[in-house]
Write a protein that binds this ligand. Sequence first.
Ligand code: TYM
Length: 354
Amino acid sequence: MQTETLTVEDTSAETRKRRVLSGIQPSGDLHLGNYLGAIKRWVERQYEKENYFCIVDLHAITLPHDPEALRQRTRGVAALYIASGLDPDHCPIFIQSHVTAHAEACWLAGCVTPLGWLERMTQYKDKAGRSDSSERISTGLLAYPVLMACDILLYSADEVPVGEDQKQHVELSRDIAQRFNHMFGETFVLPEPMIPEIGARVMGFDDPSRKMSKSYEHIRGHLVKMVDEPKEIERTIKRAVTDSGNEIVFSEDPAKAGVNNLLGIYQVITGKTPERVEADFANARGYGDLKSAVAEVVIEELRPIRERYNEIMDDVSELDRILADGADRAGAVANAKLREMKERMGFVLPGGGS
Ligand code: TYM
């Protein structure tokens, strides 16, 4: 664990609660994977930790985007955080671009991050690989993990609760922190990815070999959105791809990935042990019963969230007030760390300083 020497802020783990930072891109409608892999656990553990949750709008422009949709979705994601149970009095909830230290730190950290580290990132290779021309891949897409590292490092976060797909990015954040500390002296805490044991990789209902993702929301039957109506949820889950067998058990067999996915979703929501989950389906008459049971728990889990979300979106001015307050509280932490980074790197600070 690193301790600070330059600023008065005390980041030693012994004297404070574990610090958590996480975020979601407003690049599409949030789905069951985002909820089970990330938000649900943020909510459950919030009072044990000191938390910062952001809506990472700067990340959402790394692929071509529609400005009006970005504006809508940014508030929509914030509303879903609150509707899911995050308490904004306890956890600052803020829009990444409101705390300008993130973008500025990204430049500083980018100058100490080797290009090869970024070119090796799986998500970059996937997303860049989908484009037929390098002319259409933005520099921002490559630099994306540096910005994510700064989101985390500016808050001295010990823990970063994310789904499995973001593990590599959090590990890169550690590498960047370590390199910076080595070059300029101890500045950053090394963050750890916190991946849930279940729910870390919710698969698409249309194709259980592929992770549920906002990028495939245009494919019918792929995902359940957090704000879908019960009828829509039922329709999607009832059509979920399974296999031609009838055994309702957890399994690593790729052929049983559809059933495994449904059981995993049921398990995270009900909080039951794997044995209890399998016992619940011991007398099922086939996959139809499994799908009905999963649809029911998903509908009941999301119902209050959707209702609260609608109320919050009816009062955007109150939401904007919460976000402004979150940005003030987050900014105080991030700006102090940015100043420290600059001091370490040898910048002359405005108004003097070292
Ligand atoms: P994003 O917006 O793609 O996803 C948000 C969160 O949802 C998790 N997730 C899933 N979990 C389980 N199953 C799935 N199918 C699934 N799909 C998504 C993700 O792992 C993530 O936890 N780069 C990040 C956003 C980010 C960030 C940060 C996260 C930017 N800065 C700092 C943490 C800390 C991203 O694109 O997540």
